[in-house]
Design a protein around this ligand. Sequence first.
Ligand SMILES: Cc1ncc(COP(=O)(O)O)c(C=O)c1O
Length: 361
Amino acid sequence: MMYRPSYAEINLGVIRDNYRLSSQLAPGSRHLAVIKANAYGHGAEQVAKTLEDIAPAFAVAFTDEALSLRKAGIRAPILILEGCFGSQELTIAAKNNFWVMLHSTEQVGMLEKTHLPSPVHCWLKIDTGMHRLGIDPLQVTAILQRLQSSGKLSHKPVLASHMANAEEISCPVNQKQIEQLKLLGQSTDHPLSLANSAALMQLPDSHSDWNRPGIMLYGCSPLTEKSEQIGLRPAMAVYSQIMAIRELQKGDAVGYGGHWRADQPGRIATLAIGYGDGYPRSTDSQCEVFLHGQRARVIGSVSMDMLGVDISHLPQAKVGDKVEIWGKNLPITELASRVNTLSYELLTRVNQRLPRQFIEE
Ligand SMILES: Cc1ncc(COP(=O)(O)O)c(C=O)c1O
């Protein structure tokens, strides 16, 4: 039972459609569904269940995330993108059919030293230019030999790397990264994995044995035009309700700090959602919500559980009316750019306090 009228509606049918559309962009590849950070806020367990019969494997950041999915009954292989922080995790990985990313010589050494109940499938992350995680390309051949002689591997390791600038189609770093990984693939004859959503959408040269789409499964890529061409649709909409209305006189201030003042008489609605649910806390950010078929400006500073909206142009608005915070009429990518962030951040900020309602289209 949900008493509070604010919630995130997650359309699992849309996530399935988006997964299929992303796979069609590279029919010769396999596509690992990235569902870390609670499936970008959409509910990892439900998303994994909805994709389990079409996605050959999943990816999360940490062992803890992978274990939660196993507890929920997900049986598909799960790649742990950040690999293991301690040797105990390697044993857990071997027992649970987790695929383990090895991104450093330290992690390779840990694998060599750990006694495992059974071999594990390891991916080797290469630093092709992002300079965040990964093995130096010059060390790859030697490390592959060490891994082979360790006797701890169940399969030939996949050579993986991550694109730093895939959203910028003409960034020269893209081609450097792609070529670097392809050269290693040719010289070692190992499978490859490189493309994230943006690369899958606009850099066909980056497609390889395993692509790793994340944000596009949720329909919130920053490549808005490309997303529309492909037919991706946003899977999450957030709704709230008007819980109070105030008539204001010219000069009246609203909310903490009185940052916003009415410059003429008007009407203000208070909505039952705030930064404690993941909405960006902002003062005068030009954010909008959608109700009665129109947009309305968010005004004043956003509170933990509430926010104010100028509804002076909507005389029909009343307490109890449903309001779209983001969704079909108000793309999350637009809200993200108004508060100078990305849809990734807004989605993953939607916390457990805001109930998820799962629908199937
Ligand atoms: C290693 C790795 N691969 C793939 C992805 C998916 O990226 P995107 O959500 O941009 O598709 C991520 C996400 O950050 C990642 O860290």
